[in-house]
Ligand binder design. Structure first.
Ligand SMILES: Nc1nc2c(c(=O)[nH]1)N[C@H]1C(S)=C(S)[C@@H](COP(=O)(O)OP(=O)(O)OC[C@H]3O[C@@H](n4cnc5c(=O)[nH]c(N)nc54)[C@H](O)[C@@H]3O)O[C@H]1N2
Ligand SMILES: Nc1nc2c(c(=O)[nH]1)N[C@H]1C(S)=C(S)[C@@H](COP(=O)(O)OP(=O)(O)OC[C@H]3O[C@@H](n4cnc5c(=O)[nH]c(N)nc54)[C@H](O)[C@@H]3O)O[C@H]1N2
Ligand code: SF4
Ligand SMILES: [Mo]
Length: 734
């Protein structure tokens, strides 16, 4: 197949030189200048609104066709997820559309699971197969024994399907394996979550503290954009990271902390701010409870104490604490995003939340703004049946502070055990490659082997699809409508995704798949709309717009009725049990946890081993883009970062290949060595999303190594079940 872009053309469009951020609006002008406008032009330029699905941040943009062919995708300037700037991956959306390895037609498994022997079937055959299995499971075990594992927009239609069927067991790895502890920590402290996009007011911050968050490599557009604005304004950036990240390179202070010891640093900062009385006294007095208990708890957590644990010098800890206080309340301790590190993650993030409270940054300019979101009624449908059981029943007395279902919990509860009266029998998997997203692959495969039905809805023959009984090929986001984007932010906004192209091959959008399957199951009443246009138009009219208007504008900004920040001296009731910001959490105490975060040491790497750290490439989203024809040209494989001294000790050279072996004897694929001063000597680092072992994804097959494969050990957060994945150590096998 002929591709539509050359590499050079793509790099130009995606603006790689700008730290992963793409240029945008000006290209539009370029288009009309070069091509002429009006009837005289020999070329036809058409644009349709979309929001991006290259990751799940949903930046709104425009997909351009030139003479009917893919041309470029750029950001929508009214969009608060991206401010008109898509990241490199977002600009490469046509690569997903054009990938010749895409799933092309529904498949049913013919031989044992994992052998990948499938027959091509019609949609109707696939639906008949799934419907008969689902009916059997409902009859024999109850509909609650089916779970939906989902990540991505179209998943919402399968949620409706599953709830109509009678199960509420809906989980996303982006909770237990990503940001769950963050949401729970902020709920416990301030009574509200951080969510997506983050309510961080970085564009106005005077001081930003990044604990691990590697913004710039993590390229969520508005986060990078606002961070960039802060850097340009000369805000103080303090980055805590064992690795000299891109963010660290923009920072006034880089604190190369010993991995796993951040709680000690955070407590020492709290100690300095409390003991030197640098906190926002009026704010704390008015809004917070538990200050005296906090002061008592951190009394001995001095910078000198923290030095021996973190390796960060006491004078630097004091200096950075004073710097934070100097700019309060416009100081932001960034809450992080992928926070499942060491199993004490809710407490670590809570220590940051407590620090934010002391600095008075919640609800204040330069700290955290008060987000708003559109309130659009659902399309009318009957009440869902009330499930008799939930995933929680599989874990009596555990993870009671989790507010969402745990993907890892569902996986565990699928493996038969005498202590459970029901195990999961069916999974519907939408847009999540569980063999890369969940650690401990052996366990994931064991769970899968105990299923009576595994349905995978994907665009690519991902590893998880290889284990499916039925594979349903979705069309890419550029070929479909989806539900409205209604995420919160500074403004209340609605964004529309509509097709730029007809679906290629025999692929279909999620809304169609879920609706057809519902009809087959006799659940059509939950999808009573005629087609997606009618569904969207109904909802949009309720919000004072219409499908027609949205097709023109892409993003609708609704009037904001409430202030962005707290007013001076405003009385506020926080949504916590006490109605105040809880520096001391009685809830945690009641559940048997530390009411004020405390430090506990983590296991050290054995001699000759290094802690395995992982993160993001600016030009890939997890493993979902590592087969993208445009992006693989830029970043074809990952590397293992090894400190220069360590490389000398082992006689390793930059650019050579080796294998990694973890503490349990698991050996990785071959991976290229990057010798660098930019990482400590006690750890190594790699980008997640490489090392695919799915032959059908030709460009990514066996390219680089998989961090997931090496993560056989986890540390589960006892508070909410988040799965800490940085508990693994590797050595080199040359
Ligand atoms: N080892 C390790 N594990 C991790 C992480 C890590 O860094 N290291 N990161 C964690 C984090 S932060 C998160 S959020 C999770 C994310 O992990 P996942 O939830 O698995 O997310 P992705 O990898 O983005 O999902 C990929 C799947 O969605 C498919 N897909 C892409 N677009 C579409 C579409 O439009 N429709 C459908 N139906 N499918 C589509 C892709 O082909 C791919 O199979 O992983 C977590 N797990
Ligand atoms: N380009 C791109 N951008 C993305 C994504 C993507 O796939 N690609 N995924 C998105 C998603 S869903 C998420 S959740 C985010 C994840 O991105 P973030 O939330 O920003 O990153 P983390 O995975 O928490 O952290 C990675 C960093 O933590 C450092 N680190 C490792 N161990 C420690 C430690 O013990 N202490 C400290 N202080 N630092 C440590 C690593 O060196 C690395 O720099 O990125 C989002 N943005
Ligand atoms: S951050 Fe990038 S990949 Fe993610 S939605 Fe935005 S443009 Fe797309
Ligand atoms: Mo994530």
């Amino acid at each position: 197949m002929k591709r539509d872009f050359t590499r050079r053309e793509f790099i130009k469009i995606s603006g790689m030189g700008l730290g992963g951020l793409a240029a945008s609006g000006s290209l539009l002008k370029f288009a009309s200048d070069v091509l002429g406008s009006g009837n005289a032009s020999p070329h036809k330029v058409l644009r349709t609104p979309t929001y991006c699905e290259m990751c799940t941040f949903k930046c709104a943009g425009w997909a351009y066709r030139l003479d009917g062919k893919p041309w470029k995708i750029i950001g929508n300037e009214n969009d608060q997820h991206c401010y008109g700037h898509l990241c490199t991956k977002g600009s490469a959306g046509f690569g997903a559309y054009d990938d010749p390895d895409r799933l092309k037609t529904p498949l049913i498994r013919m031989q044992e699971r994992g052998k990948q022997v499938f027959k091509e079937v019609s949609w109707d055959e696939a639906f008949n197969y799934i419907a008969s299995k689902l009916k059997k499971i409902a009859k024999e075990h109850g509909p609650e024994c089916v779970a939906l594992l989902t990540h991505g927009t179209g998943g919402s239609f399968f949620k409706t399907f599953l709830q109509g069927y009678g199960s509420d067991n809906i989980a996303a790895p982006s909770y237990a394996n990503c940001r769950g502890p963050r949401e729970e920590a902020y709920l416990l402290t301030f009574g509200d979550a951080i969510s997506t996009p983050e309510r961080t007011d970085m564009r106005n911050s005077k001081c930003i503290v990044l604990i691990g968050s590697h913004i710039g490599e993590n390229t969520h557009s508005s986060q990078v954009y606002e961070f960039g604005q802060a850097v340009q304004r000369g805000a103080t950036i303090i980055t805590v990271d064992p690795r000299f990240s891109v963010a660290a390179s923009k920072s006034k202070y880089w604190l190369p902390i010993k991995p796993g010891t951040d709680v000690a640093l955070l407590l020492a900062w709290i100690n300095v701010i409390v003991e030197e009385e640098l906190y926002d006294k009026e704010y704390i007095k008015r809004y917070a409870i538990g200050f005296d208990e906090l002061r008592k708890a951190v009394k001995d957590d001095t910078p000198e104490w923290a030095y021996s644990i973190t390796t960060i010098k006491p004078e630097i800890i004091r200096e950075t604490a004073r710097e934070m206080a100097r700019y309060l309340p416009a100081t932001l301790i960034h809450p992080g995003r992928h926070v499942v590190w060491y199993g004490d993650d809710t407490q670590r993030v809570r220590a940051g939340a407590v620090l934010n409270a002391l600095l008075g940054s919640w609800g204040r300019k330069g700290g955290f703004f008060m987000p708003v979101e559109p309130d659009i009624p659902e399309y009318p449908r009957p009440q869902f049946p009330k499930p008799k059981r939930s995933w929680r029943d599989a874990f009596p007395g555990k993870y009671e502070l989790a507010n969402l279902a745990l993907s890892s919990g569902i996986c565990e509860a699928t493996i038969p055990s005498v202590s459970r009266d029901c195990n999961f029998k069916g999974w519907i998997v939408y847009g999540t490659n569980l063999l890369h997203a969940l650690p401990d692959r052996k366990k994931t495969i064991e769970a899968i082997q105990n299923l009576e039905l595994l349905v995978v809805v994907d665009i690519l023959p991902s590893e998880i699809s290889g284990w499916a009984d039925v594979v349903l090929p979705e069309c890419t986001y550029l070929e479909r409508y989806d539900d409205l984007r209604t995420e919160w932010g500074r403004e209340s906004q609605i964004a529309l995704r509509m097709p730029a192209f007809k679906p290629k091959y025999n692929t279909k959008p999620a809304w169609w798949i879920a609706k057809q399957l519902a009809n087959k199951m006799g659940l059509g009443q939950y999808f009573s709309w005629k087609n997606i246009e009618e569904y969207l138009d109904y909802r949009l009219k309720k919000a004072g717009s219409s499908l027609r208007e949205m097709q023109e504008i892409g993003v609708k900004v609704l009037k904001r009725e409430t202030p962005l920040y707290l007013a001076k001296g405003e009385e506020v009731k926080f949504d916590t049990p006490s109605g105040k910001i809880e520096l001391y959490s009685q809830t945690l105490k009641d559940y048997g946890f530390d009411p004020v975060p405390r430090y506990a040491p983590h296991e050290e790497p054995p001699k000759g081993y290094y802690r395995l750290l992982y993160g993001r490439s600016p030009s890939h989203s997890f493993g979902r883009t590592t087969n993208n024809p445009l992006l693989t040209q830029m970043d074809p494989e990952n590397e293992i970062w090894i400190n220069t001294d360590v490389s000398k000790e082992w006689g390793l050279k930059d650019g050579q290949y080796l294998r990694l072996e973890n503490q349990d004897g698991v050996v990785s694929n071959r991976v290229k060595v990057k010798v660098t001063e930019r990482i400590r000597t006690d750890c190594v680092y790699m980008v997640h999303g490489f090392g695919h072992d799915q032959k059908k994804m030709k460009r990514s097959y066996m390219k680089g190594a998989s961090d997931t494969g090496l993560i056989t050990r986890t540390k589960v957060d006892p508070i909410m079940g988040g799965v800490g994945m940085r508990a693994n150590f590797v050595t080199f096998s040359v």
